[in-house]
Design a protein around this ligand. Structure first.
Ligand SMILES: NC(=O)c1ccc[n+]([C@@H]2O[C@H](COP(=O)([O-])OP(=O)(O)OC[C@H]3O[C@@H](n4cnc5c(N)ncnc54)[C@H](OP(=O)(O)O)[C@@H]3O)[C@@H](O)[C@H]2O)c1
Length: 260
């Protein structure tokens, strides 16, 4: 069997970086994109230093908001590795603050990254995965997709878009032997909160603690070997979602107190 090949967006830090390492560790070749080339070089070094055998890495500097650039990156990946099996649409940004007061620039950045960026990755990668004869689309959503709350309107709605997309897309692609997994990630220790758009400052730490990024990365690799529709990793996150269905005002009050 030839090595599988995964295309990952947003691999210069956090979940994407850890997922690229985890895929390479199991022997999957990875083609990764992000804007910070120097961070991608660090990832390349980390993968090169893995014990043999490991997957190879191709790093490409690209912005997910630019559909042509994402398509070009997929083409380079297919030329280099000869196939594409998996796409992980991971790149994303957060936003904190009242919707009406949000800076237009932040609104644009969030929607273009979290929505257009995911669409660009899917639309560029799926034709190549079809040519391979099948594979996997993994969308990195969030528990907030099912738990919209005050002062996270933009972010939660963008992740609801991603999770909704997963359902439709699964039906469209199953005839091509391409599976779609919606990863509803809970709080994870990455740079995400420091880089969040909108209101600055750390939120008060209420609710579940932060997961180590490796736990999410391992779950992404595991999902690529299975036919899971939705993955919500931790029991505490699943329980919070159930609680939100039963007493939505309670969760909204907690979030409001943290995010306002
Ligand atoms: N951390 C959490 O608690 C958490 C929880 C639920 C879901 N998630 C989701 O997990 C995903 C990854 O986030 P993370 O926690 O790993 O945060 P992170 O460490 O900030 O990583 C975000 C990645 O996205 C890339 N990115 C951002 N804008 C981009 C653009 N325009 N073009 C290309 N790449 C771009 C960044 O690279 P460059 O800046 O170098 O371009 C970086 O590699 C996001 O979709 C996020 O919504 C995170």
């Amino acid at each position: 069997m030839p090595n599988r090949v995964a295309f990952i967006t947003g691999a210069s830090s956090g979940i994407g970086y850890a997922a690229a390492l985890a895929f390479a560790r199991e022997g999957t070749h990875v083609a990764v994109i992000a804007r910070r080339a120097e961070r991608l070089e660090q990832l390349e070094q980390a993968i090169t230093n893995l014990p043999e055998p490991h997957g190879e890495i191709l790093t490409l500097s690209a912005d997910v908001r630019d559909g042509e650039a994402v398509k070009a990156a997929v083409d380079v990946a297919v030329t280099r590795f000869g196939r594409l099996d998996i796409v992980v649409a991971n790149a994303g940004v957060g936003h904190r603050g009242a919707l009406v007061d949000a800076a237009q620039e932040d609104v644009d950045t969030l929607l273009r990254t979290n929505i257009d960026g995911v669409l660009n990755a899917i639309r560029a990668a799926v034709p190549a995965i079809r040519n391979t004869g099948g594979g996997h689309v993994i969308l990195i959503s969030s528990v907030t997709a099912n738990m919209p709350a005050p002062y996270m309107a933009l972010y939660a709605a963008s992740k609801a878009f991603v999770s909704s997309l997963a359902v439709s897309l699964r039906g469209e692609l199953e005839g091509d032997n391409i599976w779609v997994t919606d990863m509803r990630v809970g709080r994870t220790l990455t740079e995400f909160n420091e880089k969040r758009l909108g209101k600055s400052g750390r939120t008060r730490m209420l609710g579940p603690s932060y997961m180590p990024v490796e736990r999410v990365a391992d779950a992404i690799v595991r999902a690529s070997h299975r036919r899971q529709r939705t993955v919500t990793l931790r029991l505490i996150d699943r329980l919070t979602l159930i609680a939100n269905n039963l007493v939505p005002n309670l969760i909204a009050r907690v979030v409001r107190s943290q995010y306002k």
